[in-house]
Design a protein around this ligand. Structure first.
Ligand SMILES: Cc1cc2nc3c(=O)[nH]c(=O)nc-3n(C[C@H](O)[C@H](O)[C@H](O)COP(=O)(O)OP(=O)(O)OC[C@H]3O[C@@H](n4cnc5c(N)ncnc54)[C@H](O)[C@@H]3O)c2cc1C
Length: 474
């Protein structure tokens, strides 16, 4: 029997990656040291890029049910105007507790046959030419598990990254704070307690509905000042909130609250032989506005099909290495975008001039468009060679093509082409679906399983693109 892919970490990255692999028929096991799913995942802002990814796999509607739309987009809490962007409106982000997103992904992974083993901590790693092994610590003692590949999706403090000896250089920016849910009567809340607010060098306050009479509060200070995961009492939380906002938050009770710390770092490499890194294990930065989770989930959909192609034997040479090439630069770009947002906030007196100027720049349409696409994660573009000579068509290459999500449910490549052209993909029929452009409602294009365009009518040679991304024909 084939050794499974071992995914370490049942957070959003690990769960989506496992579902992607299982969709492509790859035996996959997910290991997590926690005995049960985290009841209180801290995230809540789900940006447009996450919704696009979920939509591609038919999971977006389920998440939208009973969720609130994400109110607007900002860069360093300088508010932008997403509604003014040209073209069709992008998917709307959501305000939804991350635990609900994880529940959707977990159910999908399990439906597809992924084995999720809990109470299983990875403590050692063996790397071999044709396999990997991980040593697991469980309540019953230690065991060894062999796999074809191991993916560290085990969070910012990644054990897999450390065991593989992969460095995590960063800029030194560190933020800390408290995240928790407070039960309150919304009618008693002050305007300061709702929404996200920059409080000068005091930090950042964010309060958003997380359920009926439940407010998810995040306080951030621009320093490392606490041990992550430590529980926080209601009195202490209320004191922090009052210090930041100047107003007492009247609470009925505290549902949970804990300290968090976030560092700025990007792994030196996302692939070392049969060891791969994804999500927070690969990159970490200040979790403001939703870019962190979208960067994680984009890793998962970028890696899933490439790993599956490698294991199925049809991957063209170097395909798996494009994971590092494409995602490392995106992890770095996202990390720097968050470092830049911090630099516009702290220290407040020193940053005031550049912040005021930046605020003026955001009024320019092009700046607004650039920043909205950056913070919503929708500007990700991968390098595609052979761009051809028709600029309009070449502009599509590397991007995702709006409106194509329903075509990507199977997790296979998609050739959008009239029947006269579609026969060109006959040799790839086991990897690439063909769809008529009229039915698709878009221009002819070849999409990878993660939705990115690698050929468009007028930009490049179709057969060459098929071989480059989908290997030799059968
Ligand atoms: C206060 C706060 C607020 C945030 N808000 C947002 C937000 O609004 N929007 C947003 O986009 N992002 C937000 N984030 C970031 C978001 O929560 C993370 O980016 C996301 O959880 C990363 O997912 P992941 O699957 O990569 O890692 P994680 O969610 O950290 O999952 C890693 C998993 O690995 C397991 N694990 C770790 N080590 C081992 C081991 N040795 N063996 C086995 N299992 C192991 C852990 O138990 C865990 O389940 C926030 C983060 C914080 C701290």
């Amino acid at each position: 029997m084939t050794d499974p892919v071992i995914v370490v970490g049942a957070g959003p990255t690990g769960l989506l990656l496992a579902a992607e692999l299982a969709l492509a028929g790859v035996p996959t096991v997910v290991l997590d040291r926690d005995e049960a799913p985290a009841p209180h995942s801290p995230g809540q802002a789900v940006n447009a890029a996450v919704m696009d990814i979920l939509d591609q796999r038919g999971l977006a509607d389920e998440l939208r049910e009973a969720a609130l739309p994400l109110p607007g987009a900002h860069f360093s809490l300088l508010w932008l105007r997403p509604e003014e962007l040209p073209g069709p409106p992008a998917a709307r982000g959501l305000l939804v507790p991350q635990s609900r997103l994880e529940a959707v992904l977990r159910r999908r992974a399990e439906e597809l046959g992924v084995e999720i083993r809990r109470g299983t901590q990875v403590v050692d790693l063996g790397r071999f030419a044709d396999s990997v092994s991980v040593r697991l610590r469980t309540a019953d003692g230690e065991q060894l598990l062999r796999g074809s590949y191991v993916v560290g999706a085990d969070g910012a403090d990644s054990t897999v990254r450390e065991l593989a000896g992969i460095g995590f250089p960063g800029s030194g920016w560190t933020v800390s704070g408290t995240v928790g849910d407070i039960e309150a009567d919304f009618a008693d809340l002050s305007v300061q307690h709702l929404g996200a607010h920059y409080m000068g060098s005091g930090g950042v306050y964010s309060g958003a509905p997380a359920g009926p009479a439940t407010l998810r509060v995040i306080t951030t200070t621009f320093a490392e000042d606490g041990s992550p995961g430590t529980p926080v009492s209601l009195d202490r939380f209320q004191a922090d909130i009052e210090e930041l906002t100047g107003r007492m938050l009247p609470a009925r009770r505290l549902l949970w609250a804990e300290r968090f710390t976030s560092v700025s770092g990007n792994a030196e490499r996302y692939r070392l032989g049969r060891v791969l890194l994804a999500g927070d294990a690969a990159h970490s930065f200040y979790p403001l506005g939703g870019l962190r989770l979208s960067t994680c989930l984009q890793d998962a959909v970028n890696l899933g099909w490439k790993l599956a192609a490698d294991l199925a034997g049809w991957a063209p040479p170097g395909l798996l290495d494009t994971y590092h090439a494409e995602r490392h630069s995106e992890g770095e770009r996202a990390r720097l975008a968050l470092d830049a947002q911090l630099a516009l906030m702290h220290p407040a007196a020193g940053a005031a001039g550049i912040r005021a100027l930046f605020g003026e720049l955001t009024r320019l349409d092009q700046v607004n468009e650039y920043l909205v696409k950056l913070v919503t994660g929708t500007d990700v573009r991968y390098r595609v060679d052979d761009a051809g000579e028709i600029p309009g068509a070449a502009d599509l290459l590397g991007h995702r093509l709006p409106g194509t999500a329903p075509l990507l449910r199977t997790g296979r490549g998609v050739l959008i082409a009239p029947s006269t052209r579609a026969h060109a993909a006959a040799g790839w029929a086991d990897r690439v679906d063909t769809v008529d452009p009229t039915a698709a409602g878009t221009a002819p294009a070849l999409l990878r399983p993660d939705g990115h365009v690698v050929w468009a009518e007028g930009a490049g040679d179709l057969e060459r693109a098929l071989k480059q991304w989908f290997g030799a024909p059968r």
